[in-house]
Ligand binder design. Structure first.
Ligand code: K2U
Ligand code: ZN
Length: 173
């Protein structure tokens, strides 16, 4: 188990379309475990492989928010959206790769996802609420899309320049 460094925008690796996971190797299992540990430590409710510099199609999420409820860590390998609701939901999103920047993003309120689990079994589930927002946010990461890409050019440029300055000052990769 190890915490992996999270890439900070702007970084070309965050803008690339990730490659499908070809086989669920022990390395993929270790990566998923490290991503969950990194996500909980951040803290966050989701994390995609490109955010830790691995350009493969997998992400983790655990949107259980109630303190006394048991966590529900999910590992989604080669995830796909099967269907989305017409109804939309607007949520003030953040991103672990764009620290301390928040903006409203409107997305379908419910989404049916299909993915392969670490056990190799194909699963399908409908997500709503924060789970739906997070799953779509993470899937965007696998396609090189960030939540700021939904904003206007002015606001997106402001955030990008602020992050570039932060990276220069902190020398973060
Ligand atoms: O992909 C990431 O950067 C992880 C995000 C996922 C996320 C963003 C917006 C809305 C839902 C999920 C982190 O979890 S950002 C931290 C956070 C924590 C609680 C609620 C929302 C965002
Ligand atoms: Zn993100």
């Amino acid at each position: 188990m190890s915490i992996r460094p999270i890439l900070i925008h702007p970084d070309p690796r965050l803008k690339k379309r990730c490659a499908p996971v070809e086989s669920i190797s022990p390395e993929i299992g270790q990566l998923a475990e490290d991503m969950l540990e990194t996500m909980y430590e951040a803290p966050g409710v989701g994390l995609a492989a490109p955010q830790v510099g691995v350009l493969q199609r997998l992400f983790v999420m655990d949107c259980v928010k109630e303190e006394d409820a048991s966590p529900r860590p999910l590992v989604l390998i080669n995830p796909e959206i099967v269907s989305t609701s017409d109804e939309v939901n607007t949520y003030e999103e953040g991103c672990l790769s764009i620290p301390e920047q928040y903006a409203e993003v409107t997305r379908p309120a419910r989404v049916v996802m299909r993915w392969t689990g670490l056990d190799g079994k194909v699963q399908e589930e409908e997500f709503d609420g924060l789970w739906a927002t997070c799953a779509q946010h993470e899937l965007d990461h696998l396609n090189g899309k960030l939540f700021i890409d939904y904003l206007g050019a002015l606001k997106r440029g402001m955030i990008t320049r602020k992050m570039a300055k932060l990276k220069r000052e902190q020398g973060r990769g």
